[in-house]
Ligand binder design. Structure first.
Ligand code: GLC
Ligand code: CA
Length: 572
């Protein structure tokens, strides 16, 4: 393929040493226990990832982000960490980790790992010490313990709700067998929140960051980066009080535990550690905060980049997409970061399914739209026959191709390159794993449907995931969606992703974008430097493409006409 010269061509060599490699990287999220199982125990593992490095190379991603692989009871899919500086024996060993990192690096692929600093697991040695130690001890001070209210401390310190349903406080039994203090857990009760006012906690995470950086990790994804610091002084406000104060509370940074201003002091310390390395280690914040407060997390003195979930939350709608892209590019520029784009991850209903559900109507900015549609579908039974699968997939392909043309980093989630649909009804309640299902019965089905092990082959044991079955049931329709099935078809989603990612690698240069006039409200077009042009038809009427050489399209372009729910790239 030939293109006109681009201003800053990337080569494998410059990419490896470039301190800015992350700014426009395509990052592939691996959920380790569901990616590839090397030893047949039904759980994906690190050796399984190593074995698939050629697949990742061929896909053309620049980096891999690994969800937690640390020792864990899997009360929350690994986001309950027993030991931050080790590998879960179910997934491998530190030597396997080194081999995997080595294989990725040899292939020119960077490695990002997940850091979970807000909470440990309740099996972490610190938490066990805290339970064995008396009230007021140094061991308890690493977590957030409080006396209960009521005559005998039998009531929780506040009536706050946890994210997965149920209260944020859990009562313990004191070492002498009496009912005792309460500890805070924003998520599941197996995930006690750490006390970030405690110096030992702070220092220990710096040790962890150095531990993985020394092992060659290139960057970190910071889990719930906005929850670490808390203000639990005095009488705690009620949940109703917090709800009533709504947005103003968040904008002021005065919520007792979400997005408090002091949290950035922690990341300033982390930045110093990142900068001890060459190239500096990178970080991306998972921070579900008010849009106006996101830039703080992305500052170069802090984590450097923050996820924006705005496109993920938007409907498949030209106006929403345009507004979201414009706003985030401006915001990223103002903070010195590059923008981030994401449609799917391990926490949300896959976008091929969300886009196949009845429209949710136009949104006020920041409202969860398509995301809600997916949750609703799960609650209503999660039946494939209620999804317009063909439309969902067309739109997902169009949206992803648009994303790959945007300035900034594109984060993709394992399986989206196969156009995978969410697995719904095929997972019986008895096999569900996600704590949000158990803690929030009837309100949430949970996130297992996007965490089903990948189908690599059209048949065989667990569709090639591994030689011994799969820890979540895979539906029959995985056969047709498998890598093997798609590799043979030029029009498959896998082929589209491969082509798009390789073109993106070649074409990506300055982080600028210019919107083009299309004369249609439902058609968005923009140009990147050197004539790289992306056109998306969000409507149903075909759109006559402007002049230029067609590079790739998410659906067949006939006679220069871009059909509905499709994106095309042109070299103009
Ligand atoms: C983040 C993770 C999610 C996890 C939660 C608690 O939101 O993405 O999977 O359940 O944090 O760690
Ligand atoms: Ca395994």
């Amino acid at each position: 393929m030939t293109t006109t010269a681009i201003t800053a061509p990337r080569t494998a060599a410059t990419f490896q040493d470039d301190p800015n490699w992350w700014r426009q990287a395509s990052v592939y999220q691996i959920y380790p226990r569901s990616f590839s199982d090397s030893n047949g125990d039904g759980i994906g593992d690190l050796n399984g990832i190593t074995a698939k490095v050629p697949y990742l190379t061929e896909l053309g991603v620049d980096a891999v982000w690994l969800s937690p692989f640390y020792p864990s009871a899997l009360a929350d899919g690994g986001y309950d960490v027993d030991d931050y500086r080790n590998v879960d024996p179910k997934l491998g060993t530190l030597e396997d980790f080194d081999a995997m990192a080595g294989a990725l690096h040899a292939a020119g692929i960077k490695l990002i790992v997940d850091i979970v600093p807000n909470h440990s697991s309740d099996r972490h040695e610190w938490f066990r010490e805290a339970l064995a130690a008396p009230k007021g001890s140094a061991a308890r001070d690493r977590y957030i313990f409080r006396d209960g209210l009521g005559e005998n401390g039998e009531l929780p310190p506040s009536d706050w709700n946890s994210v997965f349903g149920g209260p944020v406080w859990e009562r313990i039994t004191e070492p002498d067998g009496t009912p005792g203090q309460w500890y805070m857990h924003i998520f599941a009760k197996e995930q006690p929140d750490l006390n970030w006012d405690n110096q030992e906690v702070r220092d220990d995470f710096l040790t962890t960051l150095r531990f993985w950086s020394d092992r060659g990790v290139d960057g970190f994804r910071i889990d719930v980066a906005h929850a670490l610091t808390k203000n639990l002084e005095g009488t705690l406000p009620s949940q109703a009080d917090l709800d009533a104060r709504g947005e103003a509370l968040f904008l002021a940074g005065e919520h007792p535990y979400w997005d408090r201003n002091e949290v950035h002091g922690i990341y300033a310390e982390w930045r110093k550690v990142f900068n001890e390395y060459n190239p500096p280690r990178t970080a991306v914040a998972e921070a579900w905060v008010h849009v106006d407060r996101r830039a703080r997390y992305a500052s170069p003195e802090g984590l450097g980049q923050a996820f924006n979930f705005d496109l993920l939350q938007a409907d498949f709608d030209a106006a929403q997409f345009r507004r979201t892209v414009t706003k985030n590019l401006a915001e990223a520029e103002a903070s010195g970061a590059s923008s981030t784009w994401v449609f799917s991850n391990h926490d949300v209903v896959r976008h091929a399914t969300r886009y196949g559900l009845p429209a949710t109507g136009s949104s006020a900015e920041g409202e969860i739209m398509a995301g809600q549609a997916g949750k609703r579908w799960l609650l209503e039974g999660g039946r494939q026959e209620d999804v317009n699968i063909e439309l969902g997939l067309r739109r997902a392909r169009a949206a992803s191709l648009l994303m790959f043309a945007l300035p900034g980093s594109a984060y993709l989630y394992q399986g989206e390159e196969l156009g995978l649909q969410e697995v719904g009804v095929e997972i019986p309640d008895s096999e569900r794993q996600d704590p949000s299902f158990f803690r929030n019965r009837g309100v949430e089905i949970g996130r297992d449907g996007c965490r089903v092990p990948l189908p690599w082959n059209t048949g065989g044991s667990s569709f090639g995931f591994g030689p011994g079955g799969s820890h979540l049931p895979q539906p029959e329709w995985f056969a047709g969606a498998s890598v093997e099935a798609q590799e043979q078809r030029a029009d498959s989603t896998l082929s589209l992703y491969r082509r798009a990612l390789s073109l993106r690698w070649e074409l990506q240069s300055a982080e600028t974008l210019e919107w083009l006039e299309t004369g249609r409200e439902d058609v968005l077009a923009f140009r990147r430097p050197n004539g790289w042009t992306s056109v998306t038809n969000f409507g149903t009427e075909p759109f006559a493409l402007p002049a230029g050489r067609l590079l790739v399209a998410s659906s067949a372009v006939d006679g220069g006409e871009l059909p509905g729910a499709a994106t095309a790239w042109l070299q103009a």
